[in-house]
Every structure is written in structure tokens, then in C-alpha cells.
Design a protein around this ligand. Structure first.
Ligand SMILES: [Zn+2]
Length: 127
């Protein structure tokens, strides 16, 4: 359950950005390879934000697909057809297929991130 400390860090960051204003929305980016489960983040966020200015804020997740780059030609693999698959399956398929150039020296180049993209705060302290 590594989402707990991760969510705490994210909440701290959001509160810092909010600078004393009430947070209404939190925007997050989650890579398919990040091993972060949005549902868990949501649960922890509700729990951890209780009594803070982020209590009741809506979380919005943008899921980033797995991206792989060929080290031989620098080309990006097109993995869009497997975007809904388990990331492990996507990687297996990518390695099986190899790059268009015939190279199999593939690297994960995207979809590993998890982080805060932005927040929305209430206009003024009217509650
Ligand atoms: Zn290539």
C-alpha cells in the first residue's frame, strides 16, 4: 500500500499551492507503469484531507499509456492498440513485436510518472 505516503505528499503539495485557499479540484497524472491505483489514491485522499482545505475536493486522473522507445533508431513504438491492457502485457507484446526498424533494444520512455498536474481553488474565502 504505497499509495498512502504518495497521497500524503501530493496533498501537502496541493495545500502549499493553494496558499490558504480552499481546494475544489485536484488534477493528477498517472502512468500505467507507475503501479499507482487511482481508486486507492482517492480513498487515501479522502481520509488524509479531512479537516484540511482540500477536504471534499474532486480528484481528476489522466492516465498516461505505456510508451516505449527503440534505442537503435530512436523511434517510438505505437502501443495504442494495447492501451487498456495490463502494462506487463503491453511490454511483453512490444518486446515480442520489436521496432519497425527490426531493433529489439526497447526502453520504457513514458507512463511511469505519478504527480500533481494542477489544482483549482475557490475564488474567495466565501464559504
Ligand atoms: Zn527502431
Amino acid at each position: 500500500m504505497h499509495e498512502m505516503p504518495v497521497t500524503q505528499a501530493l496533498l501537502d503539495l496541493a495545500l502549499k499551492h493553494a496558499d490558504g485557499r480552499r481546494i475544489t479540484d485536484v488534477y493528477l497524472e498517472v502512468g500505467r507503469m507507475s503501479a499507482i491505483v487511482p481508486d486507492s489514491v482517492e480513498v487515501f485522499f479522502q481520509y488524509l484531507s479531512e479537516g484540511t482545505l482540500a477536504e471534499g475536493a474532486d480528484l481528476h486522473f489522466t492516465i498516461r499509456p505505456v510508451e516505449m522507445t527503440c534505442a537503435d533508431c530512436g523511434g517510438e513504438m505505437d502501443l495504442s492498440e494495447w492501451v487498456t491492457e495490463n502494462p506487463q502485457v503491453v511490454m511483453q507484446q512490444a518486446f515480442k513485436r520489436g521496432c519497425q526498424c527490426g531493433g529489439r533494444n526497447l526502453r520504457v520512455s513514458g507512463g511511469v510518472s505519478f504527480g500533481l498536474v494542477g489544482i483549482e481553488v475557490e475564488d474567495d474565502g466565501s464559504d
